[in-house]
Design a protein around this ligand. Structure first.
Ligand code: CMC
Length: 392
């Protein structure tokens, strides 16, 4: 069987070659298809970035119009799929609702169970990009007991999502352009991050030739964990906890350093970035601005800034190269936008979707792809004889 190398957490093992995203964790550099994240954040849109990640190039005007209209035409959910939402408890966490509904898409589009062709991949791509915002909005509506809204396909993807989430059937809903632009920006910043836990999951599941819906559903479940996408909710809970116990940032940092009760500074640290996360830098810059406009809670932003200041000046964090990551400031912005804390990770999933799709497609086209099948180092008992029940 040859020599097997043990690498827990795949810290040093590349699982594939990829042309999609470049990260230099020491320098704090992130590029999608070669374009710096800072330029995309300032000048692009989420739909354009989705196209870039999936097809490899920025679209021209005709390509963008075609891609946008295809997505707009597929936003509706099958009426039977809508009934799924009735089966979940009222207070169901929206992440498992999201992954369940995406998993169920395989049953509504059974042609995707056949061997993959480019045409089937294309239509599954469009369906996912179009339907995930609708599914996410319905998960929210279900949790607050409000009626579902059909998509309004005269609106853009983000605007439509905001309307289906916060609007009411009989009332006009004016999308706040500042809010829509801020959410679009956050989606751009989350759109891909090479072989993170959920993307690796999408690739691993897809490597068995499981269809795109099944693979993305698995990715959503991986993202749910608090060390990954779930961190954005966990940060806000941490900030509220500090505020509610008197706002003493110093003693919280001390607790983290002493590893008391396994407390971590959520929103800090990253497997790859050993420098300031470039996404966090952009978000921090816009957090003040967005919170100012949307009327966010400044007391929590103050605590976040104090925490960052304390941590960046502290030997524990300096030695371990722990800096704020993408999740540190996002929760505050989502909260100001009106989303409940447990919905934050759903927003991460909406942003990450084009990246997952791009990786699944790259994998299925790569002739070097094999089914993912890691090896192990066996450390259990050596051979021994079966013991009969009365001798145990
Ligand atoms: N607070 C306190 N100590 C930390 C933190 C933290 N947030 N992160 C890492 N450390 C310590 C860790 O205890 C270890 O110390 P020691 O050497 O004394 O045992 C050292 O730093 C190295 O950490 P690690 O756990 O070996 O690093 P990792 O690469 O396995 O983990 C991480 C990366 C992101 C899971 C981790 O930093 C973490 O748990 N952060 C908090 C959760 C979080 O914010 N996650 C979001 C990540 S970014 C976006 C996303 O993927 O969703």
């Amino acid at each position: 069987t040859g020599l097997v190398t043990l690498d827990p957490g795949f810290v040093n093992t590349a699982s594939c070659s990829s042309e999609i995203t470049y990260i230099d964790g020491d320098a704090g550099i992130l590029r999608y298809r070669g374009y710096p994240i800072e330029q995309l954040a300032e000048r692009s849109t989420f739909i354009e970035v989705s196209y870039l990640l999936i097809y490899g190039e920025l679209p021209n005007a005709a390509q963008l119009a075609d891609f946008t209209s295809k997505i707009q035409r597929h936003t509706l959910l099958h009426e039977d799929l809508k009934r799924f939402f009735d089966g979940f408890p009222r207070d169901a966490h929206p992440m498992p609702v999201l992954s369940s509904a995406v998993s169920a898409l395989s049953t509504f589009y059974p042609e995707t169970l056949k061997p993959v062709t480019d045409d089937l991949t294309e239509i599954a791509t469009v369906r996912l990009l179009a339907k995930l915002p609708t599914i996410a909005a319905y998960a929210y509506k279900k949790s607050v007991g409000q009626p579902f809204l059909y998509p309004d396909n005269s609106l853009g993807l983000v605007e439509n999502f905001l309307r289906m989430t916060f609007g009411f059937p009989a009332e006009p809903y004016d999308v706040d352009p500042d809010l829509a632009r801020a959410l679009d920006l956050l989606f751009i910043l989350h759109a891909d991050h090479e072989q993170n836990c959920s993307t690796s999951t999408v690739r691993l599941v897809g490597s068995s030739e499981a269809n795109l819906f099944a693979s993305i559903s698995a990715g959503i479940n991986a993202l749910f964990g608090p060390l990954h996408g779930g961190a954005n909710s966990a940060v806000l809970e941490m900030l509220e906890g500090i505020r509610d116990s008197g706002g003493d940032v110093g003693s919280f940092v001390k607790k983290v350093k002493n590893k008391e009760d396994g407390v971590k500074l959520m929103g800090f640290g990253h497997r790859v970035y050993k420098n300031y996360d470039p996404r966090a830098a952009i978000i921090k810059k816009t957090a003040d601005e967005i919170l100012g406009k949307l009327g966010g809670d400044d007391s929590l932003l103050d605590i976040a800034k104090q925490l960052e200041e304390h941590a960046l000046a502290d030997d524990y964090f300096i030695q371990r190269k722990l800096y704020p990551n993408v999740d540190f400031y996002t929760g505050l912005i989502y909260r100001a936008m009106g989303f409940p804390t447990k919905f934050f990770t759903v927003l991460f999933a909406l942003g990450r979707l084009p990246g997952w799709i791009a990786h699944w497609r790259e994998m299925t086209h790569d002739p070097a792809t094999k089914i993912g099948r890691p090896r192990q180092v066996y450390i259990g008992p050596a051979e021994r004889d079966y013991v009969s029940m009365d001798n145990r």
